[in-house]
Design a protein around this ligand. Structure first.
Ligand SMILES: [Zn+2]
Length: 141
């Protein structure tokens, strides 16, 4: 019997011997997918204090099933040089934030930048690089 494997949605690596497609850690880019515990709380979102932002994904990425589909959709929606604000909790070397209710995707700063660049976005602004919630503004190239 072949052991189940999955393709990492971030770096495209094939990860063998996973217990479940909803529960794995990519050994290459350290992206983590976990089974959601609890129910997503929509009221978590906060207003974004910026102008000239075409699209806002405030704490959305932790919940997206199909990450590549989501980024493809945003790329198609936005025009060249449009700005997109994103925020998501990130695992730091010294600190892993507690999972949000309903969270399935667990990023670090490196793999999220990789994901964005792979889909044609460039970072134009980043909030405090040591915070446990990463806040970014990216631009469609
Ligand atoms: Zn990976």
């Amino acid at each position: 019997m072949a052991s189940p494997s999955i393709t990492c949605p971030i770096c495209g690596a094939k990860i063998p011997n996973i217990p479940s497609a909803q529960d794995f850690t990519c050994p290459f880019c350290k992206f983590e997918r976990r089974t959601a515990v609890g129910v997503r709380n929509e009221s978590f979102s906060q207003p974004v204090p910026f102008e000239n932002i075409s699209e806002i994904s405030d704490m959305t990425l932790p919940y997206i099933e199909d990450l590549n589909g989501y980024f493809q959709e945003k790329f198609a929606q936005l025009k060249t040089n449009n700005q997109w604000y994103l925020s998501t909790p990130v695992n730091r070397f010294y600190h892993k934030p507690t999972a949000l209710p309903g969270q399935i995707n667990f990023f670090n700063e490196k793999n999220i930048m990789f994901l964005l660049e792979q889909h044609g976005f460039k970072m134009s602004w980043r909030h405090n690089r040591f915070a446990s919630i990463l806040k970014l503004i990216v631009r469609k190239c």
